[in-house]
Structure formats: C-alpha cells, structure tokens
Write a protein that binds this ligand. Structure first.
Ligand code: SF4
Length: 280
C-alpha cells in the first residue's frame, strides 16, 4: 500500500456494491459480510477525538493518511454523524495530508474543509466510477449516487481547487471491461475535469466472492463459466489484467490524462495507480 496510515470512520457500508472487497472485514467481526454488510454498520462516533489525541503526539510525522480505504466515508450515515467531516478537520488542524476515495456526492458538503486541506498540507479525492450506464450501475452499486452525479461532484471539487480524479475500479469482466464501456467513463471523466485517472480489474477475495457469485447467479448466470475460468484464485488471470491495463493506458493517452501521476505529488499525494489499489 502506498501509505502507512488509514482511517475508516464506518465499518460496513449501506451503499451495498456487489463487488465490495471490504465485505471480509465484517467476517473478522463474526458478522455476515454477504447479507449484513449493508444492514449492520459500525459507527466510530469518537473517531475525531481519538484521532486528535494521536496526531498530537510529538512522534507524529504528518505522513499521508488515506481515508475510506475499506468503507465509503460518505455513505448515508455520514449525513447524520458527520464523523468524516470531524476527521478531516482534525487532520487539517495537525497539518496532515489526506487522500480520499468515495462514491458519495455528499462530499461537496465538506468543500470548505477540503479547500483548507488542499491549500495547506495537501488533499486529493478519487471518485470511484465503474460504468456510465446508469441501469447497470444500479444493479452493481444499488445505493451510491448515479455515476454522472459523482462526476458532477468531482467537477465542483476541481473547480474549487481541490485535486480530484476518477478510479475506474473495479472493472468487471463481461460487464464493464469492453473498450467502449471504459472509454465512456474516461471521456466523461475528462469532460468533468478529472485531474488523474486509474483503473483496476476486479479481485474476488473471501466473502466478496460469495456475494459476487450470488449476484451473477441472479442477474448474469451466463457469465459464470467465464468468471470461473478467469478467477481461479483471488485475482483475475494475468492476460486479462494486462489487456485491461493496456486499454486504460491507451485511453488515458487519447484523452490526454497524465500517465501515472496524480496531482501535487510534492505534497506526498499518491499517484493514480497507487490510489487504484485502494478502491473498494
Ligand atoms: S465499494 Fe465502497 S461504496 Fe460500495 S459498498 Fe464497498 S465501501 Fe461501500
């Protein structure tokens, strides 16, 4: 991982994406990561307070903190609890750079704090967008805002001086990995001012594999033999991974999105490729 520190204000996520790799974190708590991932959500109500104590230690070196590496920090409960906002304020007070991964357009609520961070220690925001097909997105990502709404939120951040880009992740074989599908996302990302872009093929670890195959059985049973062939283990076959990376790289060249670099790396923000490792 391109960072040593991460914070997840919530455990579990009401957005319910079928491919979510963090489902296994429920299993660590003896919870059902397939059925209860969206229904039993742990809320770390004192996270900002604990974080301030940790950041105040003389040994803290203000290294990059990744926010939302396992669960979305702008999932619906954030509207009520505002923990992510409190965490960002604490990071700003202690001049600590942050990178955020989200699908939540609610992030624009915190534009003031993000601007402060961007002007100060550094801040970058990656929006996870897997497809521009709103109907397909509704199937694979039942509860996040539609893709276009995420991109409009990204544009508001970019226009306000907050570095933001897109993670085309995860890319789903047979559903979103066709060149036309990937190009639609890259084109829309460019149209909305993306400052960087990364992509990553789906991986299917424990628990996620069960949830994902359950989804395929219900919606796309004809794809199951292909998935069984491509996913003999957690990761897709190498030739499949290579093909997708080549297509994404070619699209970035065609749409003039810088290769490999995110923005303001001098402030220790990770690159788009590094960020793509984080996309849940
Ligand atoms: S992929 Fe992200 S938004 Fe979707 S359920 Fe997982 S944490 Fe939530």
């Amino acid at each position: 991982m391109p960072f040593r520190w991460s914070i997840n204000p919530y455990r579990g996520c009401a957005m319910g994406c079928v491919y979510c790799f963090a489902r296994i974190t429920h299993w660590y708590l003896d919870e059902d990561g397939v059925r209860d991932w969206t229904r039993r959500i742990y809320v770390k109500v004192n996270a900002p307070e604990v974080l301030r104590r940790e950041l105040a230690r003389p040994a803290w070196k203000r290294e990059l903190v990744a926010l939302g590496t396992a669960t979305d920090p702008y999932q619906p409960l954030e509207g009520r609890y505002r923990i992510t906002r409190g965490v960002l304020q604490a990071l700003g007070e202690f001049r600590t750079p942050v990178s955020i991964v989200t699908k939540g357009s609610m992030i624009v609520r915190d534009l003031d704090v993000l601007q402060e961070l961007a002007r100060g220690p550094g801040c970058s925001v990656s929006f996870s967008v897997t497809t521009m097909d709103a109907a397909l997105a509704r199937q694979i990502e039942p509860d996040p805002p539609p893709p276009l709404q995420r991109l409009r939120a990204m544009q508001r951040l970019v226009d306000a001086g907050v570095p933001a880009g897109v993670l085309v992740a995860p890319i789903l074989p047979g559903l979103t990995d066709a060149e036309e599908s990937l190009e639609a996302v890259v084109r829309a990302a460019t149209d909305h001012g993306a400052r960087f872009l990364g992509g990553m093929l789906l991986h299917l670890g424990d628990v996620t594999r069960d949830a994902y195959f359950e989804f395929l059985e219900h919606k796309y049973p004809a794809l199951i033999p292909e998935y069984q062939a491509v996913y003999r283990g957690k990761y897709a076959a190498r030739d499949r991974q290579r093909r997708v990376q080549e297509v994404v790289a070619a699209l970035k060249r065609r749409y003039l999105i810088p290769q490999g670099t995110g923005v303001r790396t001098e402030r220790r923000n990770p690159s788009a490729e590094q960020l793509s490792l984080l996309a849940p």
